[in-house]
Design a protein around this ligand. Sequence first.
Ligand code: SF4
Ligand code: SF4
Length: 443
Amino acid sequence: MEKIAPSKGFKLKLAGMPDTSVIRLSRPATVGVSALDIPHIRPKLLVKEKQAVKTGTPLFHDKRDPDIRYVSPGTGTVKQIRFGPRRRLVEVVIALDGMDDFVEFDPVSPADLNSLSDPDLTDRLKQGGMWQTLRQLPSRDTADSRSTPPLIIVCLNGNDLFSPHPGRVLEDKIKPFEFGLAILQRFSDRVIVAARKSSMDRLEPVRHRITHQVADIYPAWDPGAILYHIKTKAEENQAWYIHVEGLIRMARFLETGRYPVETMVTVTKGHDKKPHMITRLGAPVRLLAGNFSPESVITTGQLNGRKVDPDTHLGFFETTLNILPDAPDDEMFGFLRPGLNKPTVSKTFLSCLVNKEVQLDGTLHGEERACINCGYCETICPVDLMPSFIMKALHGDDIEEALQLGLLDCCRCGLCSFTCPSKIELTQILSLGMDTHHKDKQG
Ligand code: SF4
Ligand code: SF4
């Protein structure tokens, strides 16, 4: 097992680590398939409001490849199709019936896997709503089924500091996990399995499958950060990756011929210790979040997630909700307070001197100012970028310069924005640059 121990990243202790006990939530009244956390998709709706759907009925597909379907995680009626600005699809909401009625596919046992041709396997995963769990670096778009990946990274830990513990996700699922790895080996002969050091205690049953152990420094377990530390040639930048939840769902789908509807999620809320929760894919945010103050902001990552409307449903890839206090931006004389409880990387607050858990909040603690060339963003970047230089290249429309400075290595971890004393949204600027470049390449 190789060890990856990057010297840069986020090392502060944050409050909110979930309890590793597990509870099962009751069946929700509705489920939703959100289109908001699916990068680069161009969705085309396939259903109308009031239409009856089965578990596994396609709700929308990706216009770029109509075979890639997003399917219903429950049986019932399309209750609402929600659009955002410029008629951007937000989510399709299904009111659930009492029992599941599945769209049935022919099951494939692990012993039968080799009898499926590569195109048949790909096609089956696309039709079943599973293909998109495979994603491709550096754009993090859906994996391109016409390409052969140089390697596939299986991420046992999610994008957030407090994503579900893989030991819990894998409990009683060792066989689907092994089957999932066999499926990936059909696409690449180099499959890497990476886990956080602090997760290893509960991963004994799959320890022999773990090829890389990464340090507990955020975001060392991100697929982009892993790739940055192990790649030896440029072609490897096109690696695919999959999170463990997606891998298990993919294996279960093939083995049963039915769309698997369960997921495990964590909710973090200040110093509360909340258990891991088993629920339906696309469960309502309010059901998961429980009671929270109206001043809260809900995100799907402490440092890099999206902000979630509490009246929507969990996104396709999302497994964590963080409920953060939304302290007012105009916090009176906030800059004069000692900040013993405020997280800081740039040592602005006294919390840098005490070894206690601190909590993030939703405020900027000030307004955006001009870059002062302090270099903090560079000293924290886990993939050794100079975010301020890349930002300046992008502002000057010099994409070539930005690419030369390593733009595509950015793993969108959010640390440069978090640490910048001038409150510059560097991650957003770099992400936009990467997305525009990806779109231009696609034509
Ligand atoms: S540039 Fe910023 S968002 Fe990108 S990897 Fe570095 S710190 Fe993270
Ligand atoms: S941390 Fe902010 S102010 Fe400092 S160099 Fe980076 S962008 Fe400029």
